[in-house]
Design a protein around this ligand. Structure first.
Ligand SMILES: Cc1cc2nc3c(=O)[nH]c(=O)nc-3n(C[C@H](O)[C@H](O)[C@H](O)COP(=O)(O)OP(=O)(O)OC[C@H]3O[C@@H](n4cnc5c(N)ncnc54)[C@H](O)[C@@H]3O)c2cc1C
Length: 374
């Protein structure tokens, strides 16, 4: 591939954030290329609970969620390691959809509106030369006026790995299963040094996804089955699923070396969105909505820039300011909240306190979430 005419925008990574940005820009008739190293559809490690914040946004984008008969989730149960449980309504609530389905549907929409979607294509470097970017990929080079980084939690090799030392602390594992479970419920179960979420997604399937420390896995022979047997199944609620549910994958889907912190919304001449700009602790259940909301903010400012209404400096300034104003506090709250999880006594005491203080519990939940957007 040798494309001489520059794209208006090149997007590195075709997860939710990148796909949503590509669709919005193409709908405004810009020339957009989206580069994804995998081939759709594919599974992804994620809890697959989407906060209601982004329902209207996805519908307006052209994804008809209301026709997909998706589970609407309105209740939360949290257990401590010994099975002690508290319950809370979820004021905003959420819905369940697998990443396999969601990213695939968005990729189809993206192609329909004219985005050039390059699959099985890996970005190897991004260099700004004068006012034009040169994007080198496994399928050749291309030029673009703007490049956005939507490559997820882990910085690719071509990025300066300034966060590499801070990252690497967590591993995450996901399964799809068949089990007996209410469609309107999400459960969060604590175990030593981690927690596990379960909720319903599309196709009458349930998503079970857990996060723990790399050390916890290492202490269990680096073996997921041993970790589950020795650690997760000590929580009676989790033990029930491991003994009675039907697991649908041959082997678990796992990722490692992940961390949760704010990064920068503009780095190495690229505008960042989704987890590439900063990942929120999964227990908050709204990393996907943050990525989608950021794509909306960014699409707006890129449009102004490409129409010559603002300079590139102004684009960077306005986007980073708005990103910080919207998401920094939520990411920080999630970071501290996560510290209460996975500890035997601290978690139990915190849950006992919150069980007696439902208003505080609902306030904490609301602090990690934003407003509905469309
Ligand atoms: C255990 C766990 C549970 C979670 N549960 C939830 C939840 O229930 N609800 C929620 O809202 N959020 C949840 N999250 C967070 C959510 O998964 C992320 O916030 C979301 O996936 C971010 O989307 P993204 O588009 O930024 O990145 P991703 O979805 O990770 O997409 C990045 C894409 O970039 C591609 N890529 C990477 N490098 C390159 C390259 N060099 N070239 C080309 N392509 C590249 C990747 O293949 C990938 O498809 C969870 C996270 C974890 C770890």
């Amino acid at each position: 591939m040798d494309n001489n005419q520059p794209y208006d925008c090149a997007i590195v990574g075709g997860g939710l954030a990148g796909l949503c940005l590509s669709i919005q820009l193409a709908q405004k008739n810009f020339r957009v290329v989206l580069i994804e190293k995998n081939t759709y559809p594919f599974h992804k490690v994620c809890g697959e609970y989407i906060s209601m914040e982004s329902w209207d946004f996805l519908e307006n984008l052209g994804l008809s969620l209301s026709r997909m008969n998706l589970p609407q989730i309105r209740k939360l149960h949290v257990t401590a390691q010994n099975g002690f449980q508290i319950a809370s309504p979820l004021d905003l609530g959420g819905f369940g959809i697998s990443r396999y389905t969601l990213d695939f549907e968005l990729s189809k929409l993206s192609k329909t509106v004219g985005v050039v979607v390059l699959e099985q294509c890996k970005v190897q470097s991004v260099v700004l030369q004068d006012d034009l970017y040169v994007v080198e990929t496994s399928q050749g080079k291309m030029n673009a006026r703007i490049v956005c980084g939507a490559y997820g939690k882990i910085d690719p090799a071509f990025m300066e790995r300034e966060n590499a030392n801070k990252e690497g602390g967590y591993v995450a594992v996901k399964y799809h299963l068949k089990t007996d479970f209410p469609a309107d419920l999400i459960e969060l179960h604590n175990f030593k040094d981690g927690y596990c979420g379960i909720s319903k997604v599309d196709h009458d399937t349930f998503c079970m996804c857990y996060l723990t420390t790399v050390k916890n896995l290492q202490d269990n022979n680096n073996d997921i089955k041993t970790l589950e047997k020795n650690i997760l199944r000590k929580n009676p609620a989790l033990d029930r699923y491991f003994s009675s549910a039907t697991f649908l994958y041959d082997k678990p889907l796992a990722i490692s070396k992940i961390g949760f912190q704010k990064k920068q919304a503009y780095r190495q001449d690229m505008l960042m969105l989704g987890d590439a700009a900063g990942a929120i602790a999964p227990l908050c259940g709204n990393g996907m909505s943050i990525g989608m909301c950021a794509s909306k903010i960014l699409a707006h400012y890129i449009t102004d820039f490409l129409h010559g209404k603002i300079s590139k400096q102004e684009l960077i300034k306005r986007y980073t300011n708005e990103w910080n104003a919207n998401f920094s506090m939520r990411i920080k709250t999630g970071f501290y909240l996560q510290k209460l999880f996975g500890k035997r006594l601290t978690t139990l005491w915190a849950l006992k306190f919150l069980g007696r203080s439902p208003r505080i519990l609902r306030k904490i939940i609301s602090l990690t979430h934003g407003q509905k957007f469309s």
